[in-house]
Structures are given as structure tokens and as C-alpha cells.
Design a protein around this ligand. Structure first.
Ligand code: HEC
Length: 139
């Protein structure tokens, strides 16, 4: 009886491990395929998720302390123009952009097309501040 019990335990534990293994396989396949799909139209789900947490974790007072206008002039105006209405190197007109704050943060953080990523080049709160500043260009 004891032997049977041990065998049953091994079977149950083994089955659980196998079941978990296939579960995570399925999960990663799903994430990969949805990223490929979304990347064709904009930022991936994963990038938007990270942008959201980046916005949420950025200290409001730190964001406020950033001279976003100057940052934009120094880092972005070369392609987008000081007023955001240039379309150099295939850049979109920022003064007419309807991108959400999350999309903008993701775009700046990860880059896209000929726009290089700013991750690690400027601070996270600077990315959020400059993304917010883009609203000023639409006025
Ligand atoms: C080397 C040129 C270049 C620089 C520098 C640059 N961008 Fe861009 N930007 C682009 C290009 C090109 C696109 C379009 C990318 C695409 O969709 O393929 C773009 C797109 C964007 C978009 C998306 C607009 C939309 O409506 O989809 C945002 C937001 C943006 N840039 C913000 C910035 C900010 C903020 C900076 C400075 C921190 C910056 N960019 C610096 C070239 C540049």
C-alpha cells in the first residue's frame, strides 16, 4: 500500500510539472505572436505596458523639474523641428500627432524606424517630461 502511495505521489507531482511546462510554453508563444502583429502598426503591448509603469513610477516633482523645452530643442528638434512640424528623416509631424502619452513614452524609450531609442541616453523622468511637453506643440 505504501509503495502504491509513493507511485501515486510521483505521478501527481510529475503531471503537475509537465502541465506547468506546457502552460508556460503556450504563454510565450502567445506573447511573441501578438508582438509581431502589433509591431506592424505601432508599439508592442509589452512596450506600452513598460511605458505605463515608467509614467507611474516617475516622480511628479522630478518630471516638473525637467526643462522639457530645452530637452526637446537639444535632442528632438534636429528631426522634428523646434515647433514639432518638421518631417525630417521620415519623422512624423509631432504638432499633428494623436499619439497617447503611453505611445509617445514608448516611442521615445524604444525608438522606431530611423528614430533611435533614448533609453539610457536621457533619464526616465526626462522621457516622460518631454513626452508631456509634446502637448505644448499642438497648441
Ligand atoms: C533621428 C531623427 C529623430 C530624432 C532625433 C527624434 N525623432 Fe522622433 N521620430 C523620428 C521618426 C523617423 C519618426 C517616425 C518613426 C516611424 O513611425 O517609423 C518619429 C516619431 C516620433 C513620435 C511618434 C509620433 C506619432 O504620431 O506616431 C514621437 C512621439 C517622437 N518621434 C518623439 C520624439 C522625441 C520626444 C524626440 C527627442 C527626445 C525625438 N522624437 C527624436 C525621428 C526622430
Amino acid at each position: 500500500m505504501k509503495v502504491l502511495h509513493s507511485i501515486m505521489t510521483i505521478v501527481v507531482v510529475g503531471f503537475t510539472i509537465v502541465a506547468c511546462g506546457t502552460q508556460s510554453d503556450k504563454e510565450s508563444t502567445r506573447v511573441v505572436s501578438s508582438e509581431i502583429e502589433i509591431e506592424a502598426i505601432g508599439q508592442s503591448d509589452e512596450q506600452i505596458r513598460l511605458a505605463k509603469s515608467l509614467i507611474a513610477s516617475s516622480d511628479a516633482s522630478k518630471i516638473k523639474a525637467v526643462n522639457a523645452k530645452k530637452m526637446f530643442k537639444n535632442y528632438c528638434a534636429v528631426c522634428h523641428g523646434r515647433k514639432g512640424n518638421l518631417e525630417l528623416n521620415g519623422a512624423e509631424k509631432l504638432s499633428k500627432s494623436s499619439a497617447s502619452l503611453e505611445q509617445r513614452v514608448a516611442q521615445i524609450y524604444f525608438g522606431k524606424g530611423t528614430m533611435a531609442p533614448f533609453k539610457g541616453i536621457i533619464k526616465n523622468e526626462e522621457i516622460v517630461a518631454v513626452a508631456k511637453y509634446l502637448d505644448e506643440l499642438k497648441k
